[in-house]
Design a protein around this ligand. Structure first.
Ligand SMILES: [Zn+2]
Length: 417
């Protein structure tokens, strides 16, 4: 396929995913539209595809009202929270010890300071779940405050570029909650012990979603799995995070449309990296529980194509020949460099199951992970994407995976005939 055609397709995929489809949060109509768009494109190029479906939850943010002695406070509904109308006394906790000691049952609890420094991992999240988070959740569920207010700062590494961030984002946690800025939290904290009214118009909506899995090649016991998450946060076009990754999958579907090699190439749009329950990832794991040993390599694209800096390849446990070829790719493709290892992405799943992996992202994000204010916000739109870099990634991956990646097997050293 010539370069001009590839560039054109790249721009049209990006526009479709970021602008024509208004949102891609898991469970939303836009999310279903995106997965079907992706599947239709790939199938039309002759790939065998499947769309395994799973139950999920959509969420409607109707806003929140927080009132105390005639004063109003600005509060946002925690994503996937239950709604509520609660009138109770304001209690405070800034540490686990204060939470343990506090008499908070039925009251409205403000979590602020130290205890609210990071977003709690969802209670049923299996990949990474620190003991401290589990302890906070267990204490809250045991004590049952009527509702929770969290006052949070910035934590870009774990919550993206959002300020304030929701400390609780968990559709399996049933105590209603809202969140606010640290400043608003300090203003509210002065009213400890006073009666406060919280109304939240949040709604959970049962929904369906699916992954998109496409395959080409002949030997399913040797797979190269290329992944990119297709979902985005509500309120963000999700251009860098991660329409660019899905676009790389679609470009690869074009570049490899005549592929007929022995190894199976599997293109997977995983649906749930930015969703509290990671449902698409869980679905893929259960489908592949006995088959991770077949995976020669995972390449995961997330956060790639940022206008500044190069594309970074982070390498995890590659066998010698693959490692050598990855280094060659860095030399061959001008816009690509080797990056440091980082854990917050779907490549971690494959690494946990013992597969070699390459994570593809933007060097700029690796360098600014803790301070960037772009991901998960409206700023993550096509203005910050360099589509030329997206095309280069697809070309580099095609070059990489169609080359010689493994040591020559003994069967091939015998003379033919
Ligand atoms: Zn992402």
């Amino acid at each position: 396929m010539d370069q001009e055609m590839l560039n054109m397709k790249c721009c049209s995929y990006l526009k479709e995913l970021c602008y024509k489809i208004p949102e891609r949060s898991v469970g939303s109509a836009g999310n279903r539209e995106a997965t079907h768009f992706c599947a239709d494109e790939i199938s039309a190029l002759g790939w065998e595809s499947e769309l395994p479906e799973f139950d999920t939850m959509d969420w409607k943010d109707g806003g929140a009202i927080l009132r105390l002695e005639g004063e109003h406070f600005e509060a946002f509904v925690s994503p996937y929270s239950l709604g509520c109308t609660v009138e109770a006394q304001l209690c405070l906790a800034s540490t686990i010890a204060e939470l343990e000691q506090g008499d908070i049952t039925g009251e409205i609890l403000l979590l602020h300071g130290e205890i609210a420094k990071e977003q709690l991992m969802p209670k049923n999240f299996v990949f990474y779940n620190p003991e401290e988070h589990q302890k906070i959740i267990a204490l809250l569920e045991a004590k049952q405050p009527g509702a929770i207010i969290t006052a949070t700062g910035r934590n870009a590494a774990l919550a993206g570029g959002v300020y304030p961030f929701p400390m609780i984002e968990d559709g399996d946690f049933d105590i209603p909650s809202v969140y606010m800025t640290e400043e608003e939290g300090r203003r509210l904290a002065a009213y400890q012990g006073k009666p406060v009214v919280l109304k939240s118009f949040s709604e959970r909506i049962p929904a369906k979603a699916c992954n998109v899995i496409a395959r080409k090649g002949n030997n399913p016991s040797e797979r190269i799995v290329i992944t990119a998450h297709i979902d985005a946060k509500k309120g963000s076009p999700g251009a860098i995070d991660n329409a660019t990754g899905v676009t790389v999958l679609l470009l690869l579907a074009n570049l490899l449309k005549d592929y007929d090699g022995d190894r199976v190439i599997e293109l997977v749009a995983l649906n749930g990296e930015d969703y509290y329950a990671a449902s698409g990832q869980m679905n893929y794991i259960s489908q592949n529980q006995e088959r991770f040993a077949d995976i020669l390599l995972n390449i995961n694209i997330d956060g790639a194509g940022y206008k500044e800096g190069k594309t970074a390849l982070s390498l995890f446990g590659l066998p010698d020949k693959m490692q050598k070829r990855a280094i060659e790719a860095v030399e061959k493709f001008e816009g690509i460099t080797e990056g440091v290892q980082w854990p917050q992405g779907d490549h971690s799943i494959f690494i946990q199951y013992g597969c070699p992996a390459i994570a593809v992202t933007s060097q700029w994000f690796l360098e600014n992970m803790d301070s960037q204010d772009i991901t998960h916000t409206p700023k993550d739109n096509l203005e910050i994407v360099d589509s030329g870099k997206v095309v280069e990634i697809a070309e580099a991956i095609q070059w990489f995976i169609t080359g010689d990646l493994l040591p020559t097997y003994s069967k091939t050293i015998y003379p033919p005939g």
